[in-house]
Design a protein around this ligand. Structure first.
Ligand code: ZN
Length: 411
């Protein structure tokens, strides 16, 4: 007969020993260092060595843990506990976030692995912190980083954990142009650890009205090099990966694989379709924006969580509306506005803060200063995202009419 998870945990807790955080706190703060976790008996001290083991996931542990705690994630309990606690007769105290996972782990240690003296700390590290007891935070930030990102640390939605995620994040920018410039600058400032940039162009004088990552003295320089110079000047923490090429069907899978988020600022529809199909196949979210004149559009395409680009635009718009078919006017600050909205969505996706713009299309009209939001639903018949990702073949990536012909039709 099956039982609910909560009921199962409750029954397990009746079969194991639990220990209150106050008792663990005494062990941790004992002057003889009984909780050093090395398992040795401590001379004449009545206290026997205690191993305190954190069974949470790595990202939880790295944010802060009990002083001296060893880390054995519950998923690796069977394979790693012997390395951490070789002596099965030693006292072992397990804890997690709230006391449930550690109760299950304690049961496993006793029943399956033969540990004789196992306890689970009630309430986990949450109750520990509520009592005001000390938490050890791994020193993963340099003093320079602590100062640089101090305003992020002050936001609970970002904090140390979110900043660590940003530093670990790999974000790919399609283009170092109007949208890519502000996005790259602010993501660099925010401490995104790896910024990939794809751009095949060189800096042109006519770019400088809006492409603020470039400078007058870099006219004629490849945009990827110019962008790297500006990014490094802002934040040396950022690793810049340059792709001086054009994204196409022959290189897309190789380039985008391994990135956490892709920022799409390309101005042509064939590349948008190609990017969409490839990212749906690989499960990479895309923060997409486009601009024309005084109008901007923004959405987040998170594969299988929401609609994809083809759900929104099953067929390309009429060629005469395709921005890349010729030079179009654009208000210089408009890509700044839209690019920073993109950067904001990237940070939300990476840190998990807030509600990303999935399944929503945001329209900005600069002259009227209006924002409009439209709901976008997944198309159950969508040629790409209705399929299992493994069934999307190379032949189906970026299927689109011939682009030269497409633009020629615009007259
Ligand atoms: Zn779709």
């Amino acid at each position: 007969m099956s039982v609910s998870g909560a009921e199962y945990t409750r029954r397990i807790k009746q079969q194991i020993n639990e220990v209150d955080p106050s008792e663990v706190h005494q062990l941790v703060t004992a002057p003889n260092g009984a909780a050093n976790g090395n398992g040795r008996h401590n001379g004449d001290s009545p206290l026997v060595g205690v191993a305190i083991v954190d069974v949470r996931e790595t990202d939880e542990y790295s944010v802060g843990h009990l002083p001296g705690a060893k880390h054995v994630p519950r998923g690796y309990l069977e394979s790693r506990i012997e390395g951490a606690v070789p002596d099965r007769s030693q006292r072992v105290i397990l804890y997690c976030a709230s006391g449930n996972r550690s109760a299950l782990a304690a049961h496993t240690l006793e029943q399956e692995l033969g540990y004789e003296n196992v306890e689970s700390m009630t309430g986990g590290i949450t109750l520990w912190k509520d009592r005001g007891y000390e938490v050890e935070v791994p020193r993963t930030f340099t003093p320079e980083q602590r100062e640089r990102y101090s305003r992020h640390f002050l936001l609970p939605e970002v904090g140390i954990e979110g900043q660590q995620k940003l530093l670990d994040a790999k974000v790919l920018l399609l283009g170092a142009g109007g949208l890519g410039s502000p996005t790259a600058l602010y993501l660099a400032a925010a401490g995104v650890g790896t910024l990939g940039i794809i751009d095949n162009d060189v800096v042109d004088l006519s770019n400088l009205q809006r492409q603020v990552i470039h400078t007058t003295d870099r006219i004629g320089t490849p945009k990827v090099d110019s962008a790297e110079t500006s990014i490094k000047a802002i934040n040396p923490d950022v690793d810049v990966v340059k792709y001086k090429t054009r994204l196409d069907a022959s290189n897309i899978m190789e380039i985008i694989d391994g990135y956490d988020v892709i920022v799409d600022g390309v101005d042509n529809f064939p590349t948008r379709y190609l990017l969409n199909d490839a990212t749906v196949r690989l499960g990479i979210p895309v923060v997409s924006a486009s601009i024309l004149g005084f109008d901007g559009q923004l959405s987040v395409f998170k594969p299988h969580d929401g609609p994809c680009y083809r759900c929104l635009y099953p067929v390309p718009p009429p060629a005469e509306l395709a921005p890349s078919c010729g030079a179009n006017g654009v208000l210089g600050v408009l890509p700044g506005t839209m690019g920073l909205l993109q950067a904001t969505e990237v940070i939300k996706l990476v840190t998990g803060a807030g509600e990303p713009l999935v399944g929503r299309l945001l329209l900005y009209e600069a002259l009227g200063a209006t924002f409009t939001e439209l709901k976008v639903r997944r198309d159950p018949q969508c040629e790409i995202c209705s399929k299992d990702p493994s069934e999307i073949s190379d032949d189906e990536l970026g299927v689109f009419p011939d682009y030269e012909a497409f633009c020629a039709a615009a007259g």
